[in-house]
Ligand binder design. Sequence first.
Ligand code: SF4
Length: 217
Amino acid sequence: MEKPIEHYWRARLDDLKEALEENNFEVFIADSSSHAKDIVLKEILPKSGAKSISWGGSMTFIATGIYEALKDHPKFEVIDVFDKSMPDEKKLEQRRQALLMDLFITGTNAVTEAGQLVNLDMYGNRVAAITFGPKQVVICVGRNKIVPDLEEAMFRIKDYAAPANAMRLDKKTPCVKNSRCEECKSPDRICNTWTITEKSFPKGRVKVVLINEDLGL
Ligand code: SF4
């Protein structure tokens, strides 16, 4: 068999698609990050009718090339919360306004085999948008985010994703030094709000693009 690893994951992604659809998510499967980009730009966005878009922290979203394609897009009103030229005092207001956009794109820290999205945020802007605010949400998910259940999801996030993200963001937290969560009280703590998105409400509001590649943390 050619590409046995992709074949292995494709079957897992097919099962996960079914589980997520049972939970009222709209689901797409992409064979690669460039395929995910095509799905978002050529299928989801035109069908969504969105006139305004924004996004929240997601390495996967950037890795697919969707961010690069949309950040200066003339057709949409865009709030680019990743814009490094934005003064710090304006960043928070930008994140607040992003919650009122027609469409919001981000990733997830974990997805369970039962089709639940599990996330842990520092500011809470990403989990807020997934929960309520933007009319539609697109979640880009690499196959490495799949876990058996909620317990494993929370373990993955606290044992790996949060320390690795703290390192990526140059935070002054104990996990940056020793790769382990110490449930810190640091002002730089990035672990502040958990969400479990069990179902999409209304049906189809949250769209999940499952990508047959390891992407993000
Ligand atoms: S609670 Fe603190 S030490 Fe633990 S992962 Fe989060 S930032 Fe790191």
